[in-house]
Each structure stands twice: as C-alpha cells, then as structure tokens.
Write a protein that binds this ligand. Structure first.
Ligand SMILES: NC(=O)c1ccc[n+]([C@@H]2O[C@H](COP(=O)([O-])OP(=O)(O)OC[C@H]3O[C@@H](n4cnc5c(N)ncnc54)[C@H](OP(=O)(O)O)[C@@H]3O)[C@@H](O)[C@H]2O)c1
Length: 226
C-alpha cells in the first residue's frame, strides 16, 4: 500500500487530496493544526491517520518525523498555505510578509528536510510543493499581492534546489499550480472545485517522471514559465 503525507489536510485542496487518495486505497497521514476540530477530515473513510501539525512549528514537525520514522512516504504534498494581505505598494505589512514566507516558503523546506529519509525509503517517491501561477515572474504583468507572489516565487526556487538535493535519493520534486480553486483562499467565484482541481493535480503527479523533476507545472501537466 502506498503512503502519502499531506499538510493543511483539514479543508480546501488538502482535504480533497486526502479524500481522493484514501478512496484510491492509499494510507494518508493527514496533517492539520487542529485535528480535533477537523470535522470534514474525520468523515473521510479509509486509512487516514490524522496528525497535529502547524507547519511553522519545528518541534511538532520533528516529533512527527520521529513518530513516522519507520514509514516510507511515497508522496509528500506541501499543501498548507496562506495568502496574507493583498495590499500592494505603499501599504505593505512587513510582519505579515514574514509570516507568509514562514508558512509558504520556509515550512515546505523544513517539511522536506524532515521527511527526506521517509521519502528515500520509498521507491520512486515524489515531493510536491503546491505553488501558484501567481509566483511566476515571467507571467507577471500587473502588480499587487507582492507578499503571496514573492512567497510562491521563492517556493519555486526551493523546489528547484530540492530536486537537485534529493535527486541522488531518487525523489522526484515538482512545483504544481492547482488552478484557481473555490476554497477559502480562492473564493467563491473560482471556476474549479477542490475535487476537480485535486483530481487533475493527482493525475499530473501520477505521470511525473524523474525527467520532470525540478519543474513547475499547471494542473494539466504543462510547464509554467518561471
Ligand atoms: N485556491 C486557489 O485558487 C489556489 C491557487 C493557487 C495555489 N493555491 C495553493 O493551494 C494550497 C491550498 O490552498 P487552498 O486553496 O486549499 O486554501 P485554504 O482553503 O485556505 O486552505 C489552506 C490550508 O492551509 C492550512 N494552513 C495554513 N497555515 C498553516 C500552518 N501554519 N500550519 C498548517 N496548516 C496551515 C489551513 O489550515 P487551518 O484551517 O488551520 O487554517 C488549511 O488547511 C496553498 O498552498 C495555496 O497557496 C491555491
């Protein structure tokens, strides 16, 4: 049986990834800040193990790494993320910027460092960072959302470096844009449901080979320019 670990699994895309993988017979380590309040997550059937994890909490993360020390992880999805304030030039909230970087950029790196041994233990393991097209510098023609955009652009660089770090261990690493999705973050007018987006992203993940490692892809598997 294959095993996945997902951060931010209590709602939105993380919940949809968890539900679909569990339905497909995976064991899923579903991580969230408050598992006792994760009602929707509790309702998912199958082999779902809930864990308490605030991705910015290094001690909690190290503890979870030790707790799962004997388990190979075939798929790790760094999904947890925040948007932060949208305000742009002249109104930047610098403390919030640091917090967004902490969650969106530093935490995925720390999660990757913690679970690299677990990934190494699985044959053909994959580490996926849920990024955003908003992090594409090449695609940016209007300003705004500096905080979120820069956190995901930096996550893209982290992804590329990790693909090199983990290549000798046989781990495929990629950054994926899930589309514009109807979640708390994406808002009600977003065209894609979390279920549709998760299904597309999981299909792309399934097709990734070592040749794709280090890339940035949309939910159809097409390359997004950096
Ligand atoms: N929705 C979109 O249109 C869209 C587009 C591009 C990329 N993305 C990316 O997709 C990912 C999932 O977003 P979503 O749309 O599903 O957003 P969402 O519904 O707002 O869910 C965000 C998830 O991240 C968790 N989270 C936030 N801070 C955390 C922390 N410190 N530790 C652990 N978990 C934390 C939240 O947990 P709590 O419930 O505890 O807050 C929640 O489970 C994010 O990385 C986002 O940037 C989304």
């Amino acid at each position: 049986m294959a095993t996945a670990l997902i951060t931010g699994a209590n709602r939105g895309l993380g919940l949809a990834f968890t539900g679909q993988l569990a339905k497909a017979g995976w064991r899923v380590h579903a991580c969230c800040r408050m598992p006792e309040k994760a009602r929707n997550l509790k309702e998912i059937g199958g082999d779902v193990v809930r864990h308490r994890l605030d991705v910015t909490d290094g001690l909690q993360l190290a503890g979870l790494g030790r707790e799962l020390a004997d388990e190979p992880v075939d798929l790790l999805i760094n999904n947890a993320g925040i948007f932060g304030p949208r305000a742009g030039f002249g109104q930047i909230a610098y403390d919030d910027w640091l917090q967004v970087f902490n969650v969106n950029t530093l935490a995925p790196m720390r999660v990757a460092e913690t679970f690299a041994p677990h990934l190494e233990r699985a044959p053909h393991a994959k580490l996926i960072n849920i990024s955003s097209r908003l992090g594409s510098i090449a695609d940016t023609t209007t300003s705004g959302a500096h905080i979120y955009r820069s956190s995901k652009a930096a996550l893209n660089m982290v992804t590329r470096c990790l693909s090199i770090d983990l290549q000798p261990r046989g781990v495929i690493v990629a950054a994926l844009h899930p589309g514009w999705v109807n979640t708390n973050m994406g808002g009600r007018t977003a065209p894609l449901s979390p279920e549709d987006s998760a299904a597309r992203v999981l299909a792309v993940i399934d097709r990734l080979t070592s040749e794709d490692s280090g890339g940035f892809y949309d939910n159809a598997g097409d390359v997004i320019p950096w």
